[in-house]
Design a protein around this ligand. Structure first.
Ligand code: PRX
Length: 635
């Protein structure tokens, strides 16, 4: 039990030092004392960042659902595992106990098996934030199938790309979803997607909104009647430590999304251990993370991390603005939430509304606040601290990525003194490095550079599905022997880290990772468009918004510009989803390019950000004359 729950700063430093000096012994002790295994490992860690190849808990066997469900049945059978808060106020919240969740997962696992799903098969889950989503995820894990959850805000094209990339056999979806006062036709989106997915033989449909939908004979089935008939026990499939648990897609700097592959044992150990410490979770707490399970935050810190600790985890189906901007605070009061974990973009959006929306509610149950997904600006940090935490709940600014599986840099609340905008110190076992322009590690403090991690941690993604070369090229080739995060960061005088943002072609909009390449590809497919370039610019709610510079073909020149803008955004919505829409579109005669033909995004970023005093030397460009024209007409 020794180091599982860190309680003061001295202990953090001591445990940290130990974890770095003796990583194998350290993680072995955590794994041994806090999880159930079907077979013990032969070796804790084998790694080679050049290959790259990483193995944790070699040859161990387990099933993560036995750790998240079965082992709690003796002591927590009636404790709430999932507390579901529906979108609609007329519907009551549901308290799903550990024994009920276990039963539902077993039934679902039987339905998957009966419909041909075997260990290693890929199952796509495209569901709103309803309990069936968590149940489907866990049921896949129980039968050994690899789940690929696709966020239910993605378009049919984005969905079919993800289904085909990993050859999913099955899709689990719902007739529709509630979002504020709207409903969304999810099944319709799936139907369109599946026109391009010949491998999908089975679609299971949750009845969520009671709408009339098309059911394709021989392919589509309503889920509930199958569950009603299913057996209530299911022996968990025995998994190897390094068997894939799930695939989750994230944007990259080329058009194709990257299917990050996470494996069973290391992911379980690390997400559970970080959850316990970074939220200082105690048995009676009611923990709420507002993310969607379609993102890594939901996988690690709504489902697996909390359930592995026997926690009560809240799932909220709705949006922060419905029925009004007090909804989050209402839920905190109603369920006496103790830990609240959200995104800076949500904080900024809510901070713009009247304080009365907050003041109406009793938030005194809160003990820990968290943020994730993008840098939090100082103003939003103070608003959160003053108005939500009432200056008594520490804010954990947690830095991590889809690829890292769990939180890597974060304060531990009540342990690490916090500083606004700083993610502070590396978590136990994490060895960050800041690299200078020459590719050398800077070992001193008060430096800024590119953020790498120089030693493996248990929950790191092991590969990109079907493309190990891309995994190596993206993460392990920039700095030899190190994992490159794609972020810039600074380290201050006391060794605290502050993430400064992406240094590659990924833009974070409202906490969502968007690659510029797929959006540009989508714009360029418009018949009137010759070429385009996307950059981010500062936005007071979204953090960054997208600015598109578009060159029209001659045939497009005569077209109405406003209509063209609408069509371009429509195209992006269809191909990627509404989250990737452009806030500003400027039609330009050319794009600034280097002599080798590379678009100078640095210049475009400055123009978009209205920071044109210091453009640097543009005389070496292929076409310096376009810069003035673009500046003159900037939006
Ligand atoms: O740029 C960093 C930013 O989000 C990126 C990872 O995005 P994604 O894979 O979608 O995962 C988001 C949820 C873990 C990072 O490369 N980011 C994430 N957390 C922070 C952050 N930037 C600054 N501060 C954070 N706390």
């Amino acid at each position: 039990m020794s180091n599982y729950h860190i309680k003061h700063l001295e202990e953090y430093f001591q445990v940290y030092r130990n974890s770095v000096r003796n990583p194998e012994e350290f993680w072995e002790e955590i794994a041994e004392e806090h999880f159930v295994w079907r077979r013990r490992w032969d070796k804790v860690l084998k790694w080679d960042f050049d290959a790259p190849e990483v193995t944790w808990f070699q040859n161990a066997q387990l099933n993560i659902t036995e750790n998240c469900l079965d082992r709690h049945l003796d002591t927590r059978a009636n404790k709430t595992a999932i507390l579901f808060e529906p979108n609609n106020l007329e519907e009551a919240a549901q308290h799903i106990s550990y024994s009920e969740l276990h039963l539902r997962v077993c039934k679902m696992a039987n339905v998957l098996r009966a419909n041909g799903i075997q260990k290693g098969d890929r199952v796509c889950i495209y569901l709103p934030m309803i309990p069936e989503l968590a149940v489907a995820v866990l049921a896949c894990a129980r039968v050994g199938a690899i789940h690929s959850v696709v966020f239910a805000g993605f378009s049919s094209i984005a969905l079919s790309t993800r289904i085909n990339d990993c050859d999913c056999k099955m899709v689990i979806t719902s007739d529709g979803s509630y979002r504020g006062n709207k409903t969304i036709d999810l099944k319709g989106i799936v139907d369109v997607a599946l026109e391009d997915c010949s491998e999908v033989s089975s679609v299971l449909v949750v009845n969520r909104i009671g709408s009339t939908i098309q059911m394709k004979e021989g392919r589509d089935q309503w889920l509930q009647p199958l569950l009603d008939k299913a057996k209530s026990t299911f022996t968990a499939e025995i998994m190897d430590a390094e068997d894939p648990l799930f695939i989750l897609y994230t944007s990259g700097s080329t058009g194709k999304p990257k299917g990050m592959v996470h494996t069973c044992a290391g992911y379980m150990v690390y997400t559970a251990y970080t959850f316990k410490n970074i939220f200082q979770y105690r048995e009676q707490d009611v923990y709420w993370c507002t993310a969607d399970i379609g993102w890594i935050t939901g996988h690690s810190y709504i489902v697996y991390g909390p359930l592995a600790n026997g926690a009560t985890t809240v799932m909220f189906e709705g949006v922060p603005s419905y029925p009004d901007y007090g909804r989050f605070w209402d839920i905190i009061e109603k369920h006496k939430i103790t830990q609240f974990y959200t995104a800076p973009t949500a904080i900024r959006a809510l901070a713009k509304e009247k304080l009365e929306f907050v003041e109406k509610y009793d938030l005194s149950s809160l003990k820990v606040l968290g943020t994730v997904g993008e840098p939090i600006n100082e103003e939003a940090w103070h608003w959160y601290n003053n108005n939500i935490g009432k200056r008594k709940s520490p804010i954990v600014d947690t830095w991590w990525q889809t690829e890292t599986g769990g939180i890597l840099i974060s304060p531990i609340p009540y342990v690490t003194p916090t500083t606004p905008t700083y993610a502070t110190l590396p978590f136990i076992g994490i060895q960050p490095a800041l690299m200078d322009e020459n590719g050398e590690e800077m070992r001193e403090n008060q430096v800024e550079g590119r953020l790498c991690i120089k030693f493996p941690w248990p929950s790191m993604a092991r590969t990109i599905w079907g493309n190990h070369d891309r995994y190596r090229d993206t993460y392990f080739s920039a700095y030899k022997g190190k994992y490159f995060t794609g972020d810039g960061a600074l380290r201050d005088a006391v060794g605290y880290y502050r993430i400064t943002g992406r240094v590659d072609d990924v833009i974070i909009v409202s906490g969502h990772n968007l690659g510029t390449a797929p959006i540009e590809d989508s714009i360029n497919e418009h018949p009137a468009v010759a070429e385009s370039a996307i950059v981010g610019f500062p936005h007071d709610v979204k953090g960054n918004a997208l600015y598109g510079f578009v060159i029209l073909k001659e045939t497009g020149e005569g077209r109405d510009r406003e209509n063209l803008k609408k069509e371009i955004n429509q195209q992006i919505t269809e191909q990627i989803g509404p989250i990737a829409k452009l806030d500003k579109i400027q039609f330009v005669p050319g794009l600034p390019k280097t002599r080798s033909g590379k678009i100078m995004r640095r210049i475009l970023r400055k123009i978009a950000g209205k920071d044109t005093k210091n453009l640097g030397d543009i005389s070496t460009l292929l076409n310096p004359e376009v810069v003035q024209d673009i500046m003159d007409k900037a939006l």
